[in-house]
Design a protein around this ligand. Structure first.
Ligand code: CAO
Length: 563
């Protein structure tokens, strides 16, 4: 039976989307289109469907690993003919053979020098019968590549007592770094490598005398290893990206400054931080479980430099912003600590960035949507016939599109140097969607050119995709303006935060019947509370007032939408 690769499809150009969940396991029967893994990029979580039906024979990715379009996810032994792409000859040619030979053990295969072979043999022997010999040679485990990688740090010295899982050495390629953990508790007898040298999988690292009774595993693997994932020709093979075990934050590298000891970061990041003189405690980690990535450090340094020497000095001194004290809440009662999703943390970082950078003004008003609601109610049956739902959202989108067309400054963006305004000649509007994974903002394109029915369908489709984590990054890019509707939840008003580099956002609260003075009597009218926040560097009060007034007119008399 043919084996077929499942690769990461077009994910809208997202680089380095991280595997946050494995939904299947080796041996599972997989249906066509069944979701295999969940990827999370800066913009979205998305499930990667299988392009073949059959038995999952290899799962080539691990949680925490970063993938790009084309990365191989799994090998499926197809049950029959399927539209899946055939395995690429360069990487899994052997897999397609009718009767593949079993592959040799990677440790043994990778050991080329006689001395190394002897050491590994000793290690394997120890593993087989720990009672006979408690001494072993610890080899470089499966690091997901046959290439040599640099050994950047030896974390122990001869005579050191190590606990199982303690970091022995740190390996680093141009893609990632990883710590090799001790397979057992014991004493370091001899170190067989030197810092700065190159090593390959299977090479001996050191001799370890394990403590009595402690069992020895033959080849400790770095925790979330990418293992031996085949990679499409021309792409570098990833090695384990995470430098720490998945279950628990790793010990800091031996040379980490004491003040950084509780920070969750890998050794390469710590080394870089030491080189830059950055206090890691000031850097927000966006990796799994809040781990600080190299990219986090780079953006921290970039932002500090952009903010100028005074701010950089203040940041270095921990004084860029007054910090909120870290309180031990358990001192006051029972607590439960949960880990925030990457999406939640990115949203938090974006909110803070936008709140701090954009001088916000928020205006409040109410739209009289009495007639709109009568019209909407009259279309309920037709909506059902069409298999859709007609909420106020499509009307809001359409009204905003017309107001944006008539007030083009709201459809502009401020150049980073503040010198120019970029007027967008298209009207794409983002719609904030509340999902269990966090807040996402899919963008509806060319709202001005679509009918209310088309918009209704697109709202349903994108909100559904958002909640099912099926949005692609491309579906969340290119917005000119955003609508955030809490209408189905409640509230009289709120102050939405501008989704920079956009310059305006409309907050929608819950519509309600209210007595409105019509000049003679109080009349019952359905009023929709709206709040308009804008970037006061671009939009002044007059611009804001005109946009808002136009919007209210359009919503009060939707015939104007077609004018
Ligand atoms: N006032 C009163 N009722 C409203 C309303 C409003 N402003 N807006 C919607 N409703 C009603 C709808 O009409 C619908 O009822 P009917 O089926 O009887 O017509 C019901 O509430 C549910 O609507 P909905 O929420 O499913 O659909 P929607 O098109 O109004 O909104 C979406 C879609 C995706 C915007 C919304 O579901 C959502 O996720 N909102 C949250 C956005 C958010 O979190 N913003 C905050 C961002 S900052 O933290």
């Amino acid at each position: 039976m043919a084996k077929q690769q499942v690769t990461v499809p077009d994910i809208g150009g997202a680089e380095g989307a991280e595997v946050i969940e494995l939904l299947v396991a080796v041996g599972d029967e997989i249906a066509l289109d069944q979701s295999l893994i969940v990827l999370e990029s800066d913009k979205a979580s998305m499930e990667i469907p299988s392009t073949a039906a059959g038995t999952l024979v290899e799962l080539l990715v691990a949680e925490g690993q970063e993938l790009a379009e084309g990365s191989v996810v799994a090998i499926i032994e197809a049950a029959g003919d399927s539209p899946a792409q055939q395995a690429a000859p360069s990487s899994v040619a052997d897999e397609s053979e009718p009767e593949p030979e079993p592959e040799p053990e990677p440790e043994q295969e990778a050991t080329s020098e006689p001395q190394a072979a002897a050491h590994v043999e000793a290690a394997v022997a120890s593993a087989v019968s720990p009672a006979q010999s408690a001494e072993q040679v610890v080899p470089v485990p499966d690091i997901g590549t046959d290439e040599a990688v640099e050994l950047i740090e030896v974390c122990v010295k001869v005579g050191d007592a190590v606990a199982e899982g303690d970091s022995l050495v740190v390996l680093e390629s141009d893609k990632a770094s990883m710590e090799v953990p001790a397979p057992a508790a014991g004493e370091v007898l001899e170190i067989l490598v030197a810092e700065g040298g190159s090593v390959k999988q299977g090479d001996p690292l050191l001799r370890l005398q394990s403590v009595a009774g402690d069992s020895i595993a033959p080849a400790p693997a770095p925790a979330p290893a990418a293992a031996s994932a085949p990679v499409p020709a021309g792409q570098p093979k990833p090695i384990a990206k995470a430098a720490v075990p998945a279950a628990a934050p790793a010990k800091p590298a031996a040379a980490a400054p004491a003040s950084n000891k509780d920070i969750y970061a890998g050794p390469a990041v710590r080394k870089l931080a030491r080189e830059f003189g950055v206090e890691l405690g000031l850097v927000t980690g966006t990796g799994p479980r809040g781990r600080i990535l190299k990219e986090d450090l780079q953006s921290f340094v970039q932002n500090s430099l952009k903010a100028g020497p005074a701010a950089a000095a203040a940041a270095a001194a921990g004084g860029a912003l007054p910090t909120i004290p870290d309180i031990d809440f358990s001192a006051f009662g029972e607590v439960e600590i949960t880990q925030r999703s990457k999406l939640d943390k990115l949203t938090a970082a974006n909110m803070q960035r936008n709140w701090l950078n954009v001088p916000h003004v928020t205006q409040f008003d109410e739209a009289d949507i009495t007639e709109l609601e009568v019209f909407r109610a009259s279309l309920k049956a037709e909506a059902e016939q069409r298999g859709t739902r007609l909420t106020p959202m499509p009307f809001l989108l359409k009204a905003c599109a017309v107001a944006l067309r008539d007030n083009p400054k709201f459809c502009s963006g401020l150049a980073a140097d503040g010198e120019q305004l970029v007027y967008k000649k298209y009207i794409h509007i983002g719609m904030a969607v509340d999902t269990p994974a966090g807040l996402v903002v899919p963008v509806i394109r060319d709202v001005d050119k679509k009918t209310i029915w088309e918009l209704a369908e697109e709202v349903l489709l994108l909100a559904g995709k958002a909640r099912d984590r099926k949005l692609t990054p491309a579906q969340m890019q290119g917005g000119c303006f955003t609508i955030s509707s809490l209408g189905n939840i409640g509230g009289n008003g709120f102050t939405p935060i501008v989704n920079a580099p956009e310059v305006g956002i409309l907050g929608v609260s819950r519509a309600a019947m209210r007595p409105v003075w019509d000049g003679e009597v109080f009349a019952p009218r359905k009023m929709l509370p709206l709040s308009l926040s804008y970037d006061h560097r671009v939009i002044n009060g007059g611009d804001g007032g005109r946009f808002f007034a136009r919007l209210l007119t359009l919503l009060a008399d939707i015939r104007q939408l077609v004018m």
